[in-house]
Design a protein around this ligand. Structure first.
Ligand SMILES: [Zn+2]
Length: 257
């Protein structure tokens, strides 16, 4: 009996990959982190969520689906190292890993790579890698570093600077992995910035290299006490639809800009 084509690269045979490149020139890559997420959320939140988003988005694509590569489960998290459990890559290590994944994917006939990045600390490295891979291999790299979740965030999250283990991430975790959220450990809001103009949501933004413990002794940037699973479901719903739309746009492009 002919088996159904899996959606995960790792569950396919080499023949499946040969076959799929006749119809699909796009591969999907979740990239996350292994880092402290306050006293109440699991360390792999960013990795789990990046893959979850891609899985759910792919379910909404009819016909031939782009394959999902195994998650890059470590990221650039040196700013969380003062909290236990964080394991970080150096930026150059992440760059080397993504470059090699991109080179491999391009060798096997894929012309495009869509990275779903669950961790802000990876963003600048990924943007550099996208340029390098295009120059070296011609591979077109598209990156969503949480942009697909932004419209939902604007609508459902009213705490400013809610970027890490706050209302947003605690709500989305309550919606997709309730059993791993330690609800009794959810801390009160507690964060300070060196100057109001350096707050993440200040306009115009004024970036600086911060360590999480300098801004919050709890390692939480946001207001997790406001989190609910209902809000999380709405956030996922909005983000998944937008991501699916973007993947479809990229699928329909003919391997060049
Ligand atoms: Zn996170």
């Amino acid at each position: 009996m002919k088996k159904e084509m899996p959606i995960y690269w790792g569950e396919m045979t080499r023949e499946d990959i040969l076959c799929i490149t006749r119809y699909v020139d796009l591969a999907l890559l979740p990239v996350g982190s292994l880092e402290q997420h306050g006293p109440h959320l699991p360390l792999d939140t960013d990795s789990f969520d990046a893959r979850y988003l891609l899985e759910e988005a792919v379910k909404r694509i009819d016909g031939d689906k782009p394959p999902i590569l195994p998650t890059v489960s470590y990221g650039v998290s040196d700013h969380h190292m003062s909290f236990s459990g964080t394991v970080t890559l150096r930026p150059e290590t992440l760059e080397a890993v993504i470059m090699d994944i991109g080179r491999s994917v391009a060798t096997h006939g894929f012309q495009k790579l869509f990275i779903c990045n669950g961790h802000g600390g990876n963003t600048s490295v990924l943007n550099i890698v996208a340029r390098k891979l295009k120059k070296e291999t011609g591979l077109l790299v598209f990156i969503d570093s949480g942009e697909c979740m932004e419209p939902g965030k604007k609508k459902f999250i009213d705490t400013e600077n809610d970027v890490h283990a706050g209302d947003y991430e605690t709500s989305t975790s309550l919606a997709n992995r309730k059993e791993l959220v330690d609800v009794d450990a959810i801390p009160e809001k507690e964060m300070t910035f060196p100057h109001p103009s350096m707050a993440f949501d200040s306009k115009p933004a004024f970036n600086f290299a911060w360590d999480t413990h300098e801004l919050s002794s709890m390692g939480v940037l946001g207001e997790p006490t406001k989190a609910t699973a209902e809000k999380g479901k709405k956030l996922w719903g909005s983000g998944i639809s937008l991501l699916a739309e973007r993947i479809k746009i990229v699928m329909n492009m003919k391997g060049h800009l």
